[in-house]
Design a protein around this ligand. Structure first.
Ligand SMILES: *[C@@H]1O[C@H](CO)[C@@H](O)[C@H](O)[C@H]1NC(C)=O
Ligand SMILES: *[C@@H]1O[C@H](CO)[C@@H](O)[C@H](O)[C@H]1NC(C)=O
Ligand SMILES: [Ca+2]
Ligand SMILES: [Ca+2]
Ligand SMILES: [Zn+2]
Length: 294
């Protein structure tokens, strides 16, 4: 295995990296130009199939266990930084970036009674994965086969460059898929989406919050537009399409409520996102309960 793991050498070591300033990151600028692009996109048929399995399993579990008390659940995080070289532009994120991302995650999920603890941070210098590990690629499979750790209740996060192919901010697997492909489970992020690791508007760590939302079983707030069950969360008003930027007051569906543009599961700028609803918090706990034993 041609892996260069700096794990042992780096933890506890401080490595000074100059922050290159906002305009020197062409990757994130491209993402900003085209708006938030998330790779976790599912069709209505897929959603309907997943929801039918989920409802059935949730009902079974409720019969056996009763309702879960609201206690804070702590999930372990295995953080895998993939880089081209040991500079920030090459994807190398030193410990400070990771700690700041963990803080953003923990603040966003505090109301959902979830907390995240960094269990391990490792570094792999592998240009092939940094450039190409988009959804469905061989590079993604190879990367995850080599690096994935822990069980279904543990969160694996990978940071890469998305330099070739799809220009994504990130993508994630749903809890429903865990059993059929355990190694594939986890969240992949554009490295410059971490707090202060790239230019605005996607540099406050909300991409991680959003992708972890998918990993916990949340759909986009615009799933299925104004129709049907939408995102299967009762207290997120439906919206016809993704919102970009921060379009205050937007209202694209006749159903009551303004579009949930401040919700972490929309496509707005990081500075616009600050909310999960109680319905989303409940769904996340139910999904954990059904699919990710902890
Ligand atoms: C590191 O990789 C980045 C991204 O490909 C590149 O722009 C930069 O020149 C590289 N730096 C070094 C020191 O090799
Ligand atoms: C958490 O809940 C409080 C009280 O309802 C609210 O003010 C705050 O904005 C919420 N934070 C998040 C991140 O949802
Ligand atoms: Ca909804
Ligand atoms: Ca409305
Ligand atoms: Zn998404």
């Amino acid at each position: 295995m041609m892996l260069t793991s700096f794990f042992a050498a780096l933890l506890g070591t401080s490595i000074a990296l100059a922050y290159p300033g906002p305009v020197s990151n062409p990757l994130a600028l491209r993402s900003a130009d085209s708006g938030r692009v998330c790779g976790t996109v599912v069709s209505k048929d897929t959603v309907t199939a997943m929801e039918s399995r989920f409802e059935e399993k949730l009902a079974q579990i409720a019969r056996v266990k009763g309702d879960r008390d609201t206690v804070t659940v702590t999930l372990q995080v295995y953080f895998h930084v993939i880089c081209r070289n040991q500079t920030l532009e090459g994807g190398f994120l030193d410990r400070g970036y990771i700690d700041n991302q963990m803080d953003v995650l923990n603040s966003a999920y505090a109301n959902s009674s979830l907390s995240f603890r960094l269990e391990r941070l490792d570094y792999t210098e592998m240009a092939e994965w940094f450039d190409n590990a988009s959804p469905g690629t061989q590079q993604q499979t190879n990367m995850k086969q080599a690096l994935h750790l822990g069980s279904g209740a543990d969160l694996n996060i990978y940071t890469i460059g998305f330099t070739s192919g799809e220009r994504l901010l990130g993508y994630a697997t749903f809890p429903d898929a865990y059993r059929s492909d355990t190694k594939n489970d986890g969240v992949v992020l554009l490295y410059s989406s971490l707090p202060d690791a790239g230019p605005p508007p996607f540099n406050e760590g909300m991409t991680a919050v959003h992708q972890v939302g998918h990993w916990l079983g949340l759909y986009h707030t615009f799933q299925d537009g104004c129709d049907g069950e939408g995102d299967y969360v009762y207290d997120t008003p439906s919206e016809a399409e993704p919102a970009f930027g921060c379009p205050e007051g937007r209202d694209t569906c006749e159903a009551p409520g303004l579009d949930p543009i401040h919700n972490y599961m929309d496509y707005t700028d990081d500075s616009c996102m600050n909310q999960f609803t109680p319905g989303q918090a409940q769904r996340v706990l139910d999904q954990l309960n059904v699919y990710r034993t902890f």
